[in-house]
Design a protein around this ligand. Structure first.
Ligand code: HEM
Length: 512
């Protein structure tokens, strides 16, 4: 009896010691070793404290800067100089340590990069397969993306990207155009009815543009009804707010236990979204062998996965669910924000509304939109680039080096290094763009411009965005002119993506 008691105690002590060792290794030894290697390369940064790293300084400034007054109380004082207000800590650290430095999220060191020339070199020299995503984000964002394309790594990433890429070929994209026109037209009809019946011309366009983009992705990628799409949409939005709009301690050991209710809430929402997609997939699996299978994204993924022996191309059911979540979220919010910010910039630059209307008249005329003509909307393409420069929907990108990366004779990025690429910082860098960097000038372009990411992991949905952006904007500009409402407060904020915190009320004038 005594012996069993002794054995149990010994096992208990060994397990505790093992867990403590693992904790020490992951929270202390490995991060410090990586940091030392970075320091050897001459990289320094703000002094961290244990266990928060530099989080306390970052959190303090974020809460101060998220008030709308930082950007000006009304449309009269809209400033596009958003980097130092959204990321005051990065702006300050850049001044002290340059465009590359090391800062700490809890016990995780991150290499901050806002050096466009370095990124250009990295994009050409490191293959996409050798880029991972920081483990700390892979874990934290699992309820939202699972192991979908945004988060997958190595051979898994190659397989997923290989299976998904054909879904974005020009033929498939063109087939989506009529659904885009139909859905966007319904939104504009609603705006017109609202103005006619209430006589009030002010409409908060952000909400309806986001809902319309959600409906477009639901129909074009998954062939699901407005109702099922809305359910997924609501839950994803709630999950996004739980994960990104609240004070959390990502990178801090046991950080998820500091706010256990939020961690549980994120897990619950993630699971509910999984269940919704599982039932959509089950229904679609039944129909793939039917006479007329749907040729949307989900249809293509299912078709590949259904082929016997097609292991190199097939995805498991959980992988399918993860891709559905990734595409539903990545596919609507980014494009919706690009259109929303465009509406703000065009509302404050009505001369550009006129130029785009003239271009639409020339290219599209009074006929229905023909996708083959959309490439002719050159100025609209410039406007989209300039909007995504000033307000990149995806304000940063992250990487983890899977091997040592020899950048130059005196700089090696060690294996395991987390990287934080500051897209907003580069898009607002006067050294790259000139002194008029914060002005809306659609006619310019250069490197340092990364709205769709860089290298082999560049956004897979960018052509879908070009199509949707041009269609929706053409329809809006053909039916309305607009100015910013006096009630608008300029408050860009980050909740994973870069969004207008208080919506976008515009005053719309129907055109005859
Ligand atoms: C304005 C619209 C969009 C913007 C600004 C945008 C931006 C980005 C960025 C910055 C990345 C990260 C690239 C990197 O890590 O270097 C990315 C990746 C990705 N985007 Fe987009 N995106 C947009 C639209 C879309 C759409 C419409 C879809 C899908 C329908 C989509 C799906 C994805 C996926 C799956 C990835 C991961 C790619 C990979 O790692 O292989 N995005 N996007």
């Amino acid at each position: 009896m005594e012996f069993i008691g002794f054995l149990t105690m010994a096992v208990f002590i060994v397990v505790v010691l093992y867990l403590l060792c693992r904790l020490l290794l992951s929270c202390w030894v490995f991060p410090v070793l990586t940091y030392r290697k970075l320091k050897k390369n001459g990289l320094t940064g703000p002094t961290p404290s244990f266990p928060l790293g530099n989080l306390s300084e970052m959190k303090k400034k974020t809460s101060q800067s998220s008030t709308s007054s930082s950007f000006g109380p009304s449309s009269n004082s809209i400033t596009h100089d958003i980097h130092s207000t959204l990321f005051p800590y990065f702006a300050r650290w850049q001044k002290a340590y340059g465009k590359m430095f090391v800062y700490w999220l809890g016990t995780e060191p991150f290499l901050y990069v806002a050096d466009a020339a370095l990124l250009k070199k990295l994009s050409s020299e490191v293959t996409a397969k050798n880029w991972g995503k920081p483990a700390v984000f892979r874990r934290d964002r699992a309820p939202m993306f699972g192991n979908g394309l945004v988060m997958s790594e190595g051979d898994d990433w190659v397989r997923h990207r290989h299976v998904i890429t054909p879904a974005f070929n020009p033929t498939n994209l063109k087939a989506m155009a009529s659904l885009m026109v139909e859905t966007a037209t319904t939104m504009l009809d609603n705006w017109a009815t609202q103005i006619n019946t209430s006589g009030i011309q002010e409409i908060d366009v952000e909400d309806s543009i986001t809902a319309t983009a959600g409906e477009i992705i639901a129909k074009t990628s998954f062939g699901i009804s407005h109702h099922s799409g809305s359910l997924v949409f609501e839950k994803l939005r709630a999950l996004q707010m739980t994960l990104f709009k609240t004070t959390r301690f990502v990178g801090v050991p046991f950080g998820k236990f500091i706010y256990p209710m939020k961690t549980l809430e994120a897990g619950r929402l993630g699971e509910e979204i999984n269940q919704l997609f599982l039932s959509i997939i089950a229904a679609r699996k039944k129909s793939i062998r039917s006479e007329s299978p749907q040729h949307d994204l989900l249809g293509m993924l299912l078709k590949e996965s259904d082929k016997p022996g097609n292991f190199s191309k097939s995805l498991t059911t959980q992988e399918l669910v993860d891709e559905c979540k990734t595409f539903f979220f990545g596919g609507h919010e980014t494009t919706a924000l690009a259109i929303t910010w465009t509406m703000l910039l065009l509302a404050t630059h009505t001369d550009w509304q006129e130029q785009l209307r003239a271009e639409i008249k020339e290219v599209v005329g009074d006929k229905e939109i023909d996708v083959n003509n959309l490439a002719g909307l050159k100025k609209m393409g410039w406007v989209m680039n300039e909007v995504l420069r000033l307000y990149p929907s995806a304000p940063n990108a992250q990487r983890q080096a899977k091997d040592d990366i020899q950048v130059s004779e005196d700089l090696t990025i060690p294996k395991g290094t987390n990287m934080w690429i500051d897209t907003v910082g580069m898009h607002h860098d006067p050294e790259l763009w000139g002194e008029d960097v914060h002005e809306f000038k659609p006619e310019r372009f250069k490197m340092g411009y990364l709205p769709f990411g860089f290298g082999g992991r560049m956004c897979i949905g960018r052509n879908l965005t070009f199509l949707e952006y041009k269609i929706v904007l053409t329809l809006i500009l053909s039916r309305f002119s607009f100015t910013v409402s006096p009630t608008y407060t300029h408050a860009p904020s980050i909740a994973l993506s870069l969004r207008p915190c208080n919506g976008l009320p515009l005053v719309l004038q129907p055109l005859n």
